[in-house]
Ligand binder design. Sequence first.
Ligand code: PDD
Length: 286
Amino acid sequence: MLYLNGHFVRPEDAKISALDRGCLFGDGVYEVIPVYSRQPFRPAEHIRRLEASLAAIGLPNPHTAEQWIALVKQVISQQDYEDLSIYLHVTRGNAGERDFPFPENTPPTVLINPAPLVVPSQEAKATGVRAISHADFRWLRCDIKSLNLLPAVLLRQAAKQAGCAECVMFRDGMLSEGAASNIFVVKNGVIAVPPKDHLILPGITYDVVIELAQQHGLPLEVRHISETEVRNADELWMTSSTKEVLGIIELDGKPVGNGRVGPLAQRLDSYYQAFKQTIMRKPITC
Ligand code: PDD
C-alpha cells in the first residue's frame, strides 16, 4: 500500500490527475528516507529538509513534522519488507489548467511510496564504482530537493552508458556534487567536502559522515574544492541515502589514487554501518 492524498491504496489504484502541477511543471519537492529494520533513518532531519524545500518554493506545508513522521510510520507498518526506501513528494496539486502562477485554493498532492531498499552489496562497496564528470548545468537552487530532475536523469543516463554509476559535477571549475549524491575528496589523509550552500543538496548522509569523521578524530575540511584537486585526489567517495558511503575508483577513465577503494572510504562506511545498527536497536523517539 502507498499513501496518496489521505488514503492508503494499492499502487495500481493510485491515480493522479494528468493536470497535476507535478506532471506539468515539476512543481513540487520530494524526499527519500531510508528505513532499516522498520526504523526510519534520521526522520526528523528528512522532514526538516522537506519543510525547507516546501518553504523555498512557497508551497504551504500540509502537515506538522509529527504528522509527517506518523504517516511515514503508517506506510512502513503496512509493508512486508524490513528495509525500505520511502519516496515522499508534495506537489502544488491539480489546478485543472496549465497556468504558470500558483493556483488559489488548490490542495497539494501528497504521495508516499515505499519500495524495498537496495543498497550496494558488500562486493560493490569493496570494488568501488566508476564515475564520469560533467559541467553542472542545473539551476542555482540545488539546495531545494525539487521534482525537476531532468539534469540528474540525463547525467545518470550518460554515466550508465559509459558503464559508470555516478556523474561528478563541476561548476566554474569547482566541485559541486554527484547527479544524485554528495562527493567527498581525500588528499594526504585529509577529507574535504564542499559546504552546504545553494549549489548542492544538503545531504542527510553527508551530515552523518561528517559527524562520524569528527567523532573519530579524522581531519576534515568543509570548503570549496577545485576540479584540479578532485582529479588529483587520493580518494573520492559518494554519499547518499541509498548508496551510503561508496568509493569511486575511476573518474573519466582515469584511476582515482591507486584505483582501489581508499582506506578512509572503507573506514567511514564501516562507521556508518555501525551507526545504522545502533539506530536500529534503539526504539525511535521522534
Ligand atoms: N538523492 N545530492 C543530490 C543531488 C541528491 O539527489 C542526493 C540524494 C544527495 C544525497 O542526499 P541524502 O544523503 O540525503 O540522500 C545529494 C536521492 C537518494 C534520490 O534522489 O533518490
